[in-house]
Design a protein around this ligand. Structure first.
Ligand code: DX5
Ligand code: ZN
Length: 218
C-alpha cells in the first residue's frame, strides 16, 4: 500500500488550518524543518508543528533538514511528531539519534541527499521505520525529480525485503503523476508531494488520483 504525504511547505501559511483540511484525505502531513545551516533555507519549527497537531489527527511526518537533530528530537516529539526523519549527513551521531527518537515511542527515519550513496544508509536499514531517498536537493519545493535516484531505491528495497520487510521507503521532491509511478516501480511506498498537491484547485482529487496509482499494480 502506498501513502501520500502532502508537504505543507507549499501551503498558504496565512490559511494553514484550511489548507490542512483541503488535504485531509491523505491522512498524513509532511513537515519540512530547515535551519538555514544544513540547507540554505529556513522554514518553520515547534510553534507551527504544535498548532498543526491541535488542528488535525493526521499522521505528522517531520523531515528535519537541520545540522543537530539529536539536540532537537525530543522537542519535536513533544510538539506532536508521529515520525521524525533526520539526515544521515547531519552532524549528530546516527545510531544515538535513532535510539533517542525510538526511545520516545516515535517512529524514526533516516534521509539521504542525492549525492549520498545507498550503501551509506544500509547499516541502519534493520533499525529504522523509514528511509527517505531525496529526489531533489533538500531545501526548496518545486524542483525537478531526479530519476537517477531510482537505483538507490531498488537497492534499498531489495535489502529491506530480506532484513526489514516493513521498511517504508519514502521519496521527496518533484513528485507528480508521472514521477510517482517511476518511484513506486522502483520500490518506494511513501510519496511526499508539495507543489503538485497544493498548487491545484482541488488537492484532494490529486491525492485520490495518486493513491489510485497503487491499485494499478494489484
Ligand atoms: C524539499 C522538501 C520537500 C518539498 C517537496 O527540501 O524536503 O518536502 O516540500 O516539494 P515538491 O513536491 O514541490 O518538490
Ligand atoms: Zn521534505
Amino acid at each position: 500500500m502506498i501513502r501520500i504525504m502532502p508537504s505543507i511547505l507549499s501551503a498558504d501559511f496565512c490559511r494553514l488550518g484550511e489548507e490542512i483540511k483541503r488535504v485531509e484525505n491523505a491522512g498524513a502531513l509532511h513537515f519540512d524543518v530547515m535551519d538555514g545551516h544544513f540547507v540554505p533555507n529556513i522554514s518553520f519549527g515547534f510553534p507551527v508543528l504544535k498548532a498543526t497537531r491541535k488542528a488535525t489527527d493526521a499522521f505528522l511526518d517531520v523531515h528535519l533538514m537541520i545540522s543537530h537533530p539529536l539536540d532537537y528530537a525530543k522537542r519535536f516529539v513533544d510538539a506532536g511528531a508521529d515520525q521524525i526523519t533526520f539526515h544521515l549527513e547531519s552532524e549528530s551521531n546516527v545510531g544515538a539519534t535513532v535510539a533517542q527518537i525510538k526511545g520516545m515511542g516515535c517512529r524514526a527515519g533516516i534521509a539521504i541527499k542525492p549525492s549520498t550513496p545507498a550503501a551509506a544508509v544500509m547499516p541502519y536499514v534493520q533499525d529504522v521505520d523509514q528511509i527517505l531517498v531525496m529526489t531533489v536537493e533538500p531545501g526548496f519545493g518545486g524542483q525537478t525529480f531526479m530519476s537517477s535516484m531510482m537505483d538507490k531505491i531498488r537497492l534499498l528495497r531489495s535489502l529491506a525485503d530480506q532484513i526489514n520487510p516493513n521498511l517504508d521507503i519514502q521519496v521527496d521532491g518533484g513528485i507528480n503523476y508521472v514521477t510517482a509511478r517511476v518511484a513506486i516501480d522502483a520500490g518506494a511506498n511513501v510519496l511526499v508531494a508539495g507543489s503538485f498537491i497544493f498548487d491545484q484547485e482541488n488537492p484532494a482529487e490529486v491525492i485520490d488520483r495518486l493513491l489510485l496509482l497503487d491499485q494499478e499494480y494489484r
